[in-house]
Unconditional design. Sequence first.
Length: 193
Amino acid sequence: MPEGVQFRIGAEVRCDGGEVCGEIRYLDVSRDSHTLTHLAVEERGRLGLGRLVPVDDDHVRADPKTDQIEFLGTMADFKSLAPSDVTTFVTGTKAWERYGGEQVVDTSDVVPGGDVEIGRRYPVHAGSHEFGRVLGVVTDPGHHVTHVILGESHRLRHTDVAVPFGDQDMIDDDGLHLSMSKQEIADLPPLGR
């Protein structure tokens, strides 16, 4: 088990007092510093009403022993954060003419400048091969990504594996590009929870 805190896509985030704020839908990571900057947390059953929670000591506390994530505020504070989704009306389409703007919308995720969105469908490349999908990341106390968590879709014998992520690895809009080979990743021990 790598040292640090796991931030898993789909993990529950609680507000002060134990109330569930929602669950992590995607992670924002700086493409340059490889630092986890925001958690996109969506309230359960409220698709498209997520909030961007800054990953800093004023907003998030994560327990490295239990991997529980807490937003350091009330549900009202959570709802006052910047949205993680933006909805815009699409003009000029046949549907717009027929139904009007309130019927035709486009919703997209909000990703702060310089960051990359890492979600369940975010690809991982080992060498020249696409090698699976990200389940989450492990960060050090400064919130730098130290490991990438891969799950069943990595087609290995393990259920979950933590792949070390270093300076020679890259994050961009096309995915995570790991310097380790497919065989080196296959040789990693399974990740305990």
